[in-house]
Design a protein around this ligand. Structure first.
Ligand code: ATP
Ligand code: MEV
Ligand code: MG
Length: 417
């Protein structure tokens, strides 16, 4: 019998006609950002993480073009880039024989940097966004057939590079749009539908390709961020195994962006160095973070069955302990300490989320936390120069939108670019 990959490739070829039809019109997709409740960094080293999809999304529109170019517009970072189709075509051979199971090689990355853009700084925001796009465009084109001249716009409600999984939402949107555009996966959006999702097998393929995009941006991602952007909801992730949590209580979370910029790639590399330098000291910390994720999962399940004050006390203690651990492994920041102190003054518990080193923190709220307390905490956090907002969790994963399902704000941004 055919392997999953081969079957999908055949299905992709059969959909080649659909690809041409697909690109006769615009296609809009969106994927959510995420917050990690527990397990950031430890998850890169095989431990468990718990992640939730946020109601802040990245939107991507892909439009057919007939100017012989492939263009990408990134209004969040003020960048627009384009390449001649011919220039990309000559590179396809370097990317042939690749599939979603292979990591980007150093030689391929060098080739991409050559044509990347006028941008030369290897780790700059624009350069990483361009490299991830080129990697996905070329390897997907090499495998399923070259994607014709297109124009792509990506815009996000998420702060970019702040710990809320903007890179994963970006990679998942790109993978979904490019795979749909070349007919490797179907287009589940029917005329009468508002929003549509792909079948599980195709979501799995999107997730695998998006992971490759994350590798270009992060270096050594665990895959938790692209998984939550693909599947949505609340999930447990360990060594590539994704378990969607079915019974979860409605959690109230306050998100705070310290606005201190950082790079996930650099922070992940720093933790690895520390583990190599002090294995006997760092490994027990990672094991403890793993135990926190497991304990949190049990407590969430218990709350979903019977909400009780005592469980929220446990969740708060776990947040405090993990925040200390994250400081120990070197991913804290004075701005994050400040968030913890300011919220503690209001009886609330916070920890960093994502890669740390600045970026965002989450503050756990109880179902009955007085809105006046939340407001007072918000004001104090704003006075520190931070931005914060209460969020709902468990949003849906990557989806396709009909134009009528898009908010006016998103339509307006797409109409301007
Ligand atoms: N909307 C976007 N427009 C352009 N580039 C983006 C966008 N979203 C993400 N990126 C790319 O992703 C990079 C940020 O990724 P990074 O992993 O450092 O932060 P994050 O994903 O927001 O946080 P974390 O990984 O900790 O959750 C940017 O430098 C840029 O290259
Ligand atoms: C820091 C990290 O654990 C989470 C970033 O959101 C990196 C990863 O898992 O890829
Ligand atoms: Mg990221």
């Amino acid at each position: 019998s055919l392997g999953k990959g081969a079957a999908l490739a055949l299905a992709g070829a059969a959909q080649a006609g659909a690809a041409v039809e697909m690109l006769a019109k615009r296609l809009t997709v969106s994927a959510p950002g995420k917050a990690i409740l527990h397990g950031e960094h430890a998850v890169v080293h095989g431990k468990a993480a718990l992640a939730v999809a946020l109601n802040l999304r990245t939107f991507l529109q892909i439009r057919p073009c007939n100017n012989g170019k492939v263009a990408i517009h990134l209004p969040n970072i003020g960048t627009s880039l384009n390449w001649e189709m011919g220039q990309l075509q000559t590179l396809l051979t370097a990317f042939s024989g690749l599939d979603q199971s292979k990591s980007p090689s150093p030689e391929q990355m060098d080739k991409l940097r050559e044509i990347g853009s006028p941008i030369v700084i290897p780790a700059a925001t624009e350069s990483l966004a361009a490299l991830a796009f080129l990697y996905l465009y070329l390897s997907i084109s090499a495998k399923y057939g070259q994607i014709p001249s297109v124009e792509i716009v990506v815009w996000s409600e998420l702060p970019v590079g702040a710990g809320l999984g903007s890179s994963a939402a970006y990679s998942v949107c790109l993978a979904a749009a490019l795979l749909t555009a070349c007919g490797a996966i179907g287009c589940p959006l029917k005329e009468e539908k508002y929003i549509a999702r792909w079948p599980e097998e195709e979501l799995d393929l999107i997730n695998q390709w998006a992971f490759r995009g994350e590798q270009v941006i992060h270096g050594k991602p665990s895959g938790v961020d692209n998984s939550v952007a693909t599947w949505g909801g609340v999930l447990r992730f360990q060594s590539g195994k994704i378990t969607l949590l079915k019974r979860v209580p409605t959690l109230r979370i306050l998100l705070t962006n310290t606005k201190v910029s950082r790079s996930t790639r650099t922070l992940v590399a720093g933790v690895k160095d520390k583990i190599l330098k002090f294995p006997a000291i760092m490994n027990p910390v990672l094991a403890s973070i793993d135990a926190i994720s497991n304990e949190c999962e049990n407590v969430l399940e218990a709350i979903a069955l019977s909400p009780s004050q005592k469980y929220y006390l446990v969740l708060e203690e776990l947040v405090d302990i993990n925040q200390h651990h994250l400081n120990v492994i070197g991913v804290g920041h004075t701005s994050l300490d400040r968030v913890c102190q300011v919220t503690a003054n209001h009886g609330l518990h916070s920890k960093l989320t994502g890669a740390g080193g600045g970026g965002c923190a989450i503050t756990l709220l109880r179902p009955d936390t007085d809105p006046l307390i939340v407001e007072a905490a918000r004001q104090d956090l704003s006075a520190c120069g931070f931005e914060c907002w209460e969020t709902s969790i468990g949003a849906s994963g990557i989806c396709l939108h009909s134009p009528t399902s898009l908010k006016p704000e998103v339509l307006q941004i797409f109409s301007k670019v």
